[in-house]
Each structure stands twice: as structure tokens, then as C-alpha cells.
Design a protein around this ligand. Sequence first.
Ligand code: NDP
Ligand code: 2IT
Length: 450
Amino acid sequence: MSHNEILESIRKRNPNEPEFLQAAEEVILSIMPVLDRNPAFTKLRILERMLEPERLISFRVTWLDDKGDVQLNRGYRIQMNSAIGPYKGGLRFHPSVTPSVLKFLAFEQIFKNALTGIPMGGAKGGSDFDPKGKSDNEVMKFCQAFMGELARHINHRLDVPAGDIGVGGREIGFLFGAYKKIKNEFTGVLTGKGIGWGGSLIRTEATGYGLIYFAENMLQEKKESIKDKTCLVSGSGNVAQYAIEKIIHLGGKAVTSSDSNGYVYDEAGFTQEKLDFLKDLKNNRRGRIKEYADKYKCVYVDIDSKADHNSLWNIKADCAFPCATQNEINEKDANNLVKNGVKLVGEGANMPTSIDGINVLLANGISYSPGKASNAGGVATSGLEMTQNFMGSNWTREEVDAKLVGIMKNIHDTCLAAAKEYGKPGNYMVGANIAGFLKVAKAMQAQGVI
Ligand code: NDP
Ligand code: 2IT
């Protein structure tokens, strides 16, 4: 089948799933030369099988809020591909969660997990539950009800969820407690657990740190480094916080951070003290980022959801790290980044750049890394957490960090090698898609038509 025929059949099979189709389109285009070289993959319909979830679980979650009123949400787990290892991927709690969003995330996860070199299949799950404005008690009640169903479909050798948007340490704790109670067993069924009850050191930091390690590898290719570089960061959650922290450690200057209401532009740059304020604001007090601008007297801009671009990406800088959510950089934003001299775009979020946006970046010679490569440090460290759980012992902070550095370098080099082999030198997107695809495709080929 040609590229267009595959796309057409995917569109027909998945109407009304724009996010999933976007993720699929990007990969299909990259993979065509691989299919040309390997007719067996086409005959075995490997790519089309990868685009179809092995199992899609949808369930009702009913719980009682603090007033005693009945609340109703939808829960999901999408077990996308288990060719190279147990299903692995995060849980997202956000009102925007739909099957399309989770299918795009689960599909990306197949490739990302393959790139880490750790045997993990791809999955994603979550709910349209909105943790914002809920009490700790309500979040706990919801997590217990959610796990009441999810527990039937996961275990530490079958499917190991973790965090994503709206699911951090607090939620993983409540989910783990509920699973343990239901199954009457203490196993590493979730990652991102607390230190002292099965969690790995550095897992909290891993996605953001890994992103900046990856960017440092990209810059080294051009005989440069992050030191003294001005960096735009979006988001103010787990990934953004630790990306900013590593930028500070390596001598760079992070000047922005955002939440769903607005962004701050702190021209002087984040310091560790300012970042600690942001962490407390977002993680403990669960406040809005405007408070940061009020405290440090810097620029605050409301996000206008009707605008055709986000002015955060129109600030002069050297590097840009989108770390909030999907489709936060569109074609116009990408043009603004180019115009302002940005040389590197490293994705911390999953699919933060639209396809048109990516095309602008690539056409202008920007070093661009797709999330499935540059944010893989989070799931890779989840893999390290699983290994430690199986061994029944823990590595030190230094040991886990050294492994993370090595994994990010390996992913970087793997992407570059695959891109070069297929005639697209320096194209990390093509390299990540091809290298991830080949690993999973070979496993599916070996395991027969199932
Ligand atoms: P968090 O929930 O910790 O933080 C999310 C941040 O993004 C918050 O600042 C949030 O603002 C903002 N945000 C979320 N949705 C929107 C939206 N629709 N519009 C504008 N801003 C939004 O999530 P994470 O930091 O964990 O995840 C961020 C991204 O990184 C996601 O794409 C996720 O899939 C990806 N990722 C996460 C990994 C992890 O280990 N956690 C691993 C790999 C990728 P507000 O506070 O207002 O909600
Ligand atoms: O998108 C991702 O890679 C994550 N949210 C982390 C998944 C994991 O299992 O650690």
C-alpha cells in the first residue's frame, strides 16, 4: 500500500480522532522507506497492526464528592502493543482526555519505549476527571474508584502504569494503596512510587533532566552546549520544573514557564530559589503561575485561547522546550521561533508541535527532537524502577542518574544513525520513528500473526 492508501484506511477506521491521526501520519510518512526495503513487513501488515490497539478498555468510574453527591467519570486503559515487553505508559487525568488523545499517546509510547532499550511495550490510560479544585479526599476517592476497575486489567508483569498530566506523586500513592488492598499483594505495579515504598530515586526528575541531557547531546553535535543559552520553557508541571532545574545546573538561562491560564517571562532567568518557589506553588499549594510574576515582579501574559498563536514562542531565545501538552506550537509559532533565531526545539511534552509546525522547523534547519525521543527519560527511569522492584533493592541517586545520562545519549545516537542510514541525516524525527519501528516490527514478525 502507498503512504496515501495507508493514511486513507487509518482515517476510515478512526473517524473523529484527530490527535491519533496526527501522530499516525507523522510516523507513517517516516516509515515508508523502511517498508520499501522490507516487503515482509508490508505483507505481514505490521504498520497497520501497530496502529490498532491490542486492547482498549473503557469503564465507568463513580465516586462520592465531599458533599456526598454522586460523581461520574470515564476511565480508560489502552494496551497498544506488547511485542517487546509488558505494556507500559502513564495515566492522564484531565477533562480533555478522550480515546483519540489516549490512542495517540499509547501509539507514541510504543516507539518511545522501544528507543529506551528497556523491554517495555506501549500503553496509556486515564480519565476525563479534573483534579483541579478537588480536595485531597476527593482525589483519593476518585483514585480508589478508578483502580477498583483498572486493577482487573494490570499487574507488574502485564501492564505497569505511571503518571502523566494530572497524575503525580499524590495520585500514584492513592492508586497504589487501592491496588494493594484489592489484590492483597505488594508488587511494582505502578512506577513513580514514593521513595521508601518502591519508588526509584530520580524518577521524579527524569523526564525534565533527560530532556536537557538529550538537548545537550544535540548541541554537542554542533560543538555547542546549553551553557549561557536563553531557553523558553512552557508548562510548570513535573516535566517543565525539572527541565528548568537542569538548565540551571548546566549554566543555561530559562526565562519562561506557563500554566493553562498564562505564562511568565522572567528576563533575568530562573534561579534555584525561584524554581523552589514555583515547585511549592504548583505541587503543594496548587496555585496559578500568575503568583510567580507578582512575587518576582516579572511579565505575566494571559493565554488567549482564541489567538492564532502563543506569544510565549515569540520571545527571543536560543532554545525552546515545550513541556505542557499536545499542539502548543503551531505553524505560526514555529515561524516566530525561526524568526527570533531559536536554534533548537526539544520536545518535553508529547506531540507539542503540529505537523505544519514541524515542517517549518525542519525546513529552516532547526535542530528538532520529537517527544518520543527527548522525553523518553521518564519512562526509561520507570523501567529502572521496575528492575529495582524485581531485584528487591535500590540504586543510589548517582547510579540512576548515570544510567539516565547513558540512556539519553544512546537514544540520541540511535536516532542519528537511523536517520543517516535512511538518507535523512540530522533528522531526529525520522530517526526516532524508524529505529523504534524496526525494533518492534522485528519482534512482531518473529512472534507470528497474532
Ligand atoms: P503536569 O500535570 O505535571 O503539568 C502539566 C503542565 O502543563 C501544567 O503546567 C499545566 O497547567 C499545563 N497544561 C496541561 N494541559 C494544558 C492545556 N490543555 N493547555 C495549557 N497548559 C496545559 O504534567 P507533566 O509535566 O507530567 O506532563 C507534561 C507533558 O509531558 C505532557 O505532554 C505529558 O504527556 C508529557 N510527559 C510526561 C512525562 C512524565 O514523566 N510526567 C513523561 C513524558 C512525557 P495547569 O497547571 O494549568 O494545569
Ligand atoms: O509519556 C510518558 O512517557 C509518560 N507519561 C511516562 C510513562 C511511564 O510509564 O513512566
